[in-house]
Design a protein around this ligand. Structure first.
Ligand code: NDP
Length: 444
């Protein structure tokens, strides 16, 4: 029997229906088995028991009025998971699929990710089952104002600092911030991802996608390889996907496929990113509109089959569990060399197993997509200092952080006799820093 089986059992008993949360905790606890062996004091002090239970879970009603004068009600969430190494930090997701299990899995992952950045940030996550698609700006604003009217009492620049995630970009952060400021009558760095002339950081918008590529390049370089001349497939066409495509292209790769939740495009001449930005960022349209302008491209209905497109590097940047065992087998059959997660938990456990057993370089999101929150941390620093750094300064810090993350997790995996198991390396390295802080702070 494994040492941490009792913790797995306790999580299952307490969260019987929370599929995504259990998937995330199982993966982490499996990686931590060797840490438990080496550090019996962590078991004695209930570190594992405590780390899988959020410090606080908030659920609330979000009433708002649509453009037809009809009252709508959504559910809001904020899970404040762990504050051992800093204020809770993590995004807000607005998507109809949002439920407590998804927010808990994201909050749990966030703790380890934030720890890996080396910055003083605890973990949290929030959101709502609100669907921003097809809503007018007025509806989005009224929803955000109502959401913040409850959330404001739980957050603060030294307590909990939310940011964006799926369905929450610059527009939503603006409306949320405006309402916070109005209620609290203070101008503070309570959210990140803010507009550039009211406290936002240059390069925050690009950070997750750029960071993903900096991480991937560091990993490839370590193995004597690089992005140069590679074919890349990227799922999604949102914030993370677009800027991953931009940086991969700058590093010499050709991005040949992207998607949204309806379908995917393949453009063997290389994706025209200006066109994607115009469709997704300006018009808030659908990816299929791409083929109206680019006749070299082909659109296929249904997003899952994007992984049938042969490529050297796959960057899943849409959502959890979007890449399953069958897709992983196809990618391996087509000769993929690296799979790095831009989204949170996009690969199923079975897919990860396929990659690892076939010696495909696999990087978990908590390491490879940490660039977004790292730059949010840099935004917090700039807010505290009341200073703004240049794009180049922030970008350089981001690059250094991502390279450090790669080397830290690679070194940790090796130290635990699991060379090239970057999942284990990330889980262990992220955990160790939190565990030490929790030990030093007593039973809280
Ligand atoms: P966006 O809302 O900007 O874009 C999400 C993209 O993924 C869209 O193309 C969307 O398509 C697609 N998508 C969303 N849900 C699904 C689904 N159920 N099935 C298929 N496709 C889907 O979000 P982000 O780019 O910000 O986030 C993408 C991922 O990256 C998420 O997992 C998020 O947690 C993670 N992440 C984001 C960070 C950030 O800084 N933004 C930081 C770290 C991780 P459609 O438009 O059709 O909905």
């Amino acid at each position: 029997m494994a040492i941490l089986d009792y913790v797995k059992e306790a999580v299952r008993k307490r969260n019987p229906n929370d599929t995504e949360f259990l998937q995330a905790t199982d993966e982490v606890l499996m990686s931590l088995e060797k840490v438990a062996e080496k550090h019996p004091e962590y078991v004695e002090n209930g570190i594992f028991d405590r780390i899988i239970e959020p410090e606080r879970q908030i659920m609330f009603r979000v009433p708002w009025v649509d453009d037809h004068g009809k009252v709508q009600v959504n559910r809001g969430y904020r899970v404040e998971f762990n504050s051992a190494i800093g204020p809770y930090k993590g995004g807000l997701r607005f998507h109809p699929s949002v439920n407590l299990s998804i927010i808990k899995f994201l909050g749990f992952e966030q703790c380890f990710k934030n720890s890996l950045t080396g910055l003083p940030m605890g973990g949290g996550k929030g959101g709502s089952d609100f669907d921003p698609k097809g809503k007018s700006d007025g509806e989005i604003m009224r929803f955000c104002q109502s959401f913040m009217t409850e959330l404001y009492r739980h957050i603060g620049p030294n307590t909990d600092v939310p940011a964006g995630d799926i369905g929450v970009g610059g527009r939503e952060i603006g409306y949320l911030y405006g309402q916070y400021k109005r209620i609290r009558n203070e101008f503070t760095g309570v959210l990140t991802g803010k507009g550039l002339n009211w406290g936002g950081s240059l390069a925050r918008k690009e950070a997750t996608g750029y960071g993903l590529c900096y991480f991937t390049e560091a990993m490839l370089n370590d193995k004597g390889n690089s992005f140069k001349g590679k074919k890349v497939v990227i799922s999604g066409s949102g914030n993370v996907a677009i800027y991953a495509a931009e940086k991969a292209t700058q590093l010499g790769a050709t991005v040949i496929a992207m998607s949204d939740s309806n379908g995917y495009i393949v453009d063997n001449e290389g994706i025209d990113l200006d066109l994607v930005k115009e469709i997704k960022e300006v018009k808030r349209g659908r990816i299929k509109e791409y083929v109206d302008t680019r006749t070299s491209a082909v659109y296929t209905e249904g997003c899952k089959n994007i992984w049938n497109t042969p490529c050297d590097i796959a960057l899943p940047c849409a959502t959890q569990n979007e890449l399953d065992e069958a897709s992983a087998k196809t990618l391996v059959g087509n000769g993929v060399i690296a799979v790095c997660e831009g989204a949170n938990m996009p690969c199923t456990p079975e897919a990860i197993e396929i990659f690892q057993s076939n010696h495909v370089l696999y990087a978990p999101g908590k390491a490879s997509n940490a660039g977004g929150v790292a730059t949010s941390g840099l935004e917090m620093s700039q807010n505290s200092l009341r200073m703004s750094w240049t794009f180049e300064e922030v970008d350089q810090k981001l690059k250094t952080i991502m390279e450090n993350i790669y080397h830290t997790i690679a070194k940790t995996a090796k130290a635990y006799d699991m060379e090239d198991d970057f999942m284990a390396g990330a889980n262990i390295a992220g955990f160790e820093k939190i565990a030490v802080a929790m030990m030093e702070q007593g039973i809280v």
